[in-house]
Design a protein around this ligand. Structure first.
Ligand SMILES: NC(=O)c1ccc[n+]([C@@H]2O[C@H](COP(=O)([O-])OP(=O)(O)OC[C@H]3O[C@@H](n4cnc5c(N)ncnc54)[C@H](OP(=O)(O)O)[C@@H]3O)[C@@H](O)[C@H]2O)c1
Length: 328
């Protein structure tokens, strides 16, 4: 375990991606706080976190005074709350304002001057919401996340906005259905659009690194390592080689996906719209990074990432459980 100094508070730390961030924060040596609801059903995981050294803070997002008090104790705040709670982050923003987290502390230590800035990372962690054009149900989803970004900027809270692109194990489970032993694999559109698939453990490490990195203050950080860019057809072909099987590819045409996005009731129209954006329009790869954007793997060139090939080996020998993101 490394020794680091930032006290990191994670909202949603018991969740699908949050648990990787808590583990990464502890591994990188940061004093780590996990904010969890009093009646959370994640008791076993919370006990694990506690035994690893995390500080568990039980509370509700409505408990303003409790939020202010814990926010006053920490340096960095990461929210990985699920989509239905995205607008609840306004309560965190209000509490950060009161806790005075916009201060910059400067420590002078003989010849070393170190600036530790308090930082908020809201629950983004998907496509780069300020840069993509997507179908209306996904647009409405992203509008809520954008509203949080704008509120953070308006309050002058030091921040880092993260586009983590696709969670790799989540999408491999969804696209290849490795546990179902089916002969068919669904392919969205032609299957040729390129997408970025980042392994969840790597997203955890990247996020803790960027949350405490002076180079990413008030920047958008995009997780787009070249080795993690792949099309559906390439992914299926890799899986066929690993399993020694040949799958029948059943293509869903773009028009059918657009129609489904228009006819399915809310919130069931969101997943199909996300699949359309990522695997037909290629929104995780189809724009150039701007001068204010930072690409995570370029910041940490020595960090060994899990390749898609290695991830498929994990699926072959010890498949991660499938998971459905919450939309309602
Ligand atoms: N890029 C991708 O591929 C991808 C995929 C999925 C999700 N995401 C994004 O990742 C972020 C985190 O999503 P997730 O799926 O990891 O979250 P999640 O696992 O569904 O939930 C995270 C935690 O939030 C807390 N929580 C749940 N309901 C709550 C409520 N009503 N009020 C307050 N807290 C509540 C729970 O913690 P406690 O029980 O400890 O309170 C839960 O463990 C979201 O922004 C989501 O859009 C991205």
């Amino acid at each position: 375990m490394e020794k680091n100094e930032s006290k990191i508070l994670i909202f949603g730390g018991t969740g699908y991606i949050g648990s990787h961030m808590v583990k990464a924060s502890i591994k990188l040596g940061h004093p780590t706080y996990v904010f969890t609801r009093p009646l959370s059903d994640k008791t076993a995981l919370l006990n694990d976190f506690e035994s690893m050294g995390a500080i568990i803070v039980k509370g509700a997002l409505d408990e303003h005074d409790k939020l202010v008090s814990v926010l006053g104790e920490v340096d960095v705040v990461i929210s990985v709350l699920p989509y239905p709670q995205v607008l609840d982050q306004l309560k965190i923003i209000e509490a950060i304002k009161v806790a005075g987290n916009i201060k910059v502390y400067i420590y002078t230590y003989i010849y070393i001057k170190m600036i530790i800035t308090k930082r908020f990372l809201p629950s983004d962690f998907g496509v780069e919401e300020d840069r993509v054009s997507v179908l209306p149900p996904f647009e409405a989803f992203l509008d809520k996340k954008k509203k949080i970004r704008r509120a953070i900027e308006a309050a002058n809270i030091p921040h880092t906005f993260v586009s983590a692109n696709c969670f790799a194990a989540y999408f491999v489970n969804y696209l290849l259905r490795p546990s179902e032993q089916k002969e068919e694999i669904t392919v969205y559109g032609t299957g040729e659009a390129k997408a970025v698939l980042n392994y969840e453990e790597d997203i955890g490490i990247f996020t803790i690194k960027v949350a405490t990195d002076p180079r990413t203050r008030n920047r958008v950080v995009i997780y787009r390592p070249a080795i993690n860019i792949i099309s559906q057809l390439e992914l299926i072909s890799m899986w066929e080689k690993k399993t020694g099987r040949t799958f029948k590819k059943v293509h869903v045409p773009e028009e059918e996906m657009v129609t489904l996005s228009q006819t399915l009731p809310d919130p069931h129209n969101i997943p199909i719209s996300i699949l359309h954006s990522v695997f037909i329009k290629g929104v995780t790869t189809n724009f150039d990074l701007g001068e204010n954007d930072v690409e995570a793997s370029a910041l940490y060139p020595d960090l060994k990432l899990t390749t898609i090939d290695e991830l498929l080996n994990i699926f072959l020998h010890d498949p991660p459980k499938s998971y459905n993101a919450a939309f309602e």
